[in-house]
Design a protein around this ligand. Structure first.
Ligand code: HEC
Length: 258
């Protein structure tokens, strides 16, 4: 039997004779736009997106963002900085026309105009061409926006003394210490010292780390009752026996840490 001979072709009313979903429509009137949005174009977008996502994930794993020291509410000299991608907005607030009584310009109006202008994108340069030179208005607006963001970001970081900043903001070193919560000294530490010196003796906003200290048992006992430097006296209240347990506890954690 020859191919097709003697066969009956039956139409199915549920399937439209016109339906041909994955073949791009005829865009020949629009040179340069001969691509179906779905799935061709979206697939490309998705691929590029995945590459960037995986890239960023690898980067964050390879270079975790460093943390600064614990926030200290008493340090008035500390200048908080936003993350890098917000620095340009932050810099904007330093200009006279966008600060003080004009703050609303800096936080709402100017950024609002900038981002709101993106809504204009479909209405600019409506010609058929997609190349940059056939879309001069859109391209120059984008370049202007990009240049101002880059300039503002640069201006905001150029005045920061990063070395001094890093020195003054030593992150709390990660310590791998075993805290024995059963130790009788732990409860005494918890009641008398933890508020300032931290859960794991790692230090906090109002007291330094007690790990890796170079004090003898007597010295720690004296500090506990008499204070030292900025540490007020009489932090320890209790019996001599409890003081011994506290000192032993601090020393034992320090021995473990070494
Ligand atoms: C009110 C907060 C506060 C409490 C509570 C406190 N400390 Fe301190 N402690 C400090 C501060 C601040 C310093 C830093 C003093 C300085 O060097 O000027 C310090 C320093 C120390 C030091 C010296 C650390 C070093 O490296 O120089 C020791 C040891 C110490 N504290 C032990 C204790 C013990 C033990 C207790 C509990 C009985 C305790 N502290 C409770 C605030 C506190």
């Amino acid at each position: 039997m020859k191919k097709g001979k003697g066969m009956k072709f039956v139409g199915d009313s549920r399937i439209s004779a016109e339906s041909n979903p994955h073949i791009p429509k005829d865009y020949s009137e629009y040179p340069g736009r001969t691509e179906a949005f779905w799935p061709n174009f979206l697939l490309k977008e998705w691929l590029v997106g995945s590459v960037f996502l995986v890239g960023f994930l690898s980067l964050t794993l390879a270079h975790p963002a460093p943390l600064e020291a614990v926030a200290d509410p008493t340090d008035a000299a500390y200048i908080p900085l936003p993350d890098w991608y917000f620095l340009f907005l932050y810099e904007l607030l330093k200009y006279e026309f966008a600060s003080g009584v004009w703050t609303i310009m800096g936080i709402l109006v100017i950024p609002g105009i900038g981002f709101g202008a993106l809504f204009l994108a479909p209405f600019l340069d409506q010609g058929p061409g997609r190349r940059p030179h056939s879309r001069p208005i859109a391209v120059s607006m984008m370049l202007l926006g990009l240049a101002s963001v880059i300039w503002l970001t640069y201006a905001s970081v150029a005045v920061v003394d990063w070395e001094t900043r890093a020195e003054e903001n030593q992150p709390i070193p990660e310590q791998d210490v075993e805290i024995d919560q059963e130790d009788p000294g732990y409860a005494i530490y918890e009641n008398n010292c933890m508020a300032c010196h931290g859960d794991d003796l790692q230090g906090g906003a109002s007291g330094p780390s007690l790990l890796g200290i170079d004090f003898s048992a007597e010295e720690i006992a004296t500090i506990s009752t008499d204070g030292i430097g900025d540490m007020p006296p009489d932090q320890f209240t209790g019996s001599d026996e409890e003081l011994d347990q506290l000192v032993d506890f601090i020393l034992s954690v320090n021995e473990d840490a070494e």
